[in-house]
Design a protein around this ligand. Sequence first.
Ligand code: AMP
Ligand code: ZN
Length: 486
Amino acid sequence: MEISFYNSLSKKVEKFSPVLTDEVKMYSCGPTVYNYAHIGNMRAFLFADLLQRVLRTVGKYEVKWVMNITDIDDKTIRDSRIGSDAWLSEMGSQTESELDNLKVLTEFYQDAFLDDISKLGINLEHFFALPAATDFIEEMQDLIRKIIDNGFAYISGGSVYFDVSKWRTADTYGKLFKIDFDNFKSGVRIDADEYERENVSDFVLWKEKKENEPFWDFEINGLNLPGRPGWHIECSAMEYELLGLPFDIHTGGVDLKFPHHEDEIAQSKAGYGCEPTNYWLHNDFLEVEGEKMSKSAGNFFTVRDLLDKGIDPIDIRFAMLSAHYRTKLNFTFAGVDAQKKARRRIQEYIWQLADNNKFGELTANAEKLREDTFNELANDLHTPKALAHIFSFINNNDAEKLNLQSKSELLSFFEQLNSIFEAFSFEPKPDATSQIPDSIVNLAQERWDAKRSKDFAKADEIRKKLESEGWIIKDARDGYEIFTKE
Ligand code: AMP
Ligand code: ZN
């Protein structure tokens, strides 16, 4: 099926055609692993996941999906610094080596990230690579050398900067984002990884070593410039090494258009002579209860925060996928609850389809439903319209009145749909009393043992975990019972 996307480069919906006929190479800007990712970040990753699943299932492409792990930037350095308040006791003791400390902190949060996205239904086997920036320092240095050799970067102090004025004589700077050049001061340099468009200026490719920061030697033009890469160069080098240029699709949140993606385009073209990608796709932001998420507003949530509140991670996934990726998503607890009911409605229908004991004589057109639904997904990933087809179908076709042939065709359609949504079960409907999974039974026993040995903190922690997975424990005097939450 033909697929179209809104390309931030052309600012229109375009027919998608990859460089190779049957394989799509796709790069997603990944997390900066200095803390637990928040649910706004998760929207960006779930959008990328939706995209790659639609390419596989609807477009029938092979997908080579790369998501980088930013383990060196201003924030990871700040939080791994010796004596940092952000250092957790679970990470063990800090050492004298800044690089070791950086590795420990970032690997800790990388593990947490992989765990979180797996809970949200992202299949780690779908990644071609999850490269950490610190494993590609030499490749970044090679790119910086190329940009200098081509005349678009210069050394100042111990750092290297991209020369924006020079670049503007060769190509456009501002392909994704309208940049404010009114205040542009040629030759002004900026060292921060993130900055506003009013501050557009020469951005840093390589930052001079500062005291108590991890660093790498960098031999260039007979000089050694000990330091570390800027954030933007990381993605440019990893894309080139892992996918080659141009690859097909680059994703990220809208906030990354400037400066991160704009700088990526300039660097790659100035160094490798080629823009990174043909299609740039950006997801809009997630807000919480109508407001920008922020720690100070008290509406800042990580996935773990929501699981602690007993929310099923797949309800979070479904709620996020139910909104179109280019609209703002207002995340509310009432909204998640409504989406949970919607997901349950589809799940019940799947169980009815699978129940061969209840059937009738009516027929239904599974092929038409597939076409209607997949057409919406193929048209710039329109999940809300795709789901509207599903609900209207469910409301008009009582599963128990359909003949067995139609039921089976519909069931295979829903299985295919689930390879995109990853939100439904095709196991038999659990019987509320007898179908408690072994893992839950074991956890409940572990909790009971902890409680009896008066380790209430542990017992409480396990209870919360069970709740987050949808199970409630009720204690009696000398035992306990396990219930589902419903
Ligand atoms: P970071 O770890 O800050 O580099 O961000 C990882 C990804 O999350 C990037 O693609 C960001 O654009 C995206 N992102 C950050 N905040 C939000 C938000 N509130 N809603 C949607 N995407 C976001
Ligand atoms: Zn990036």
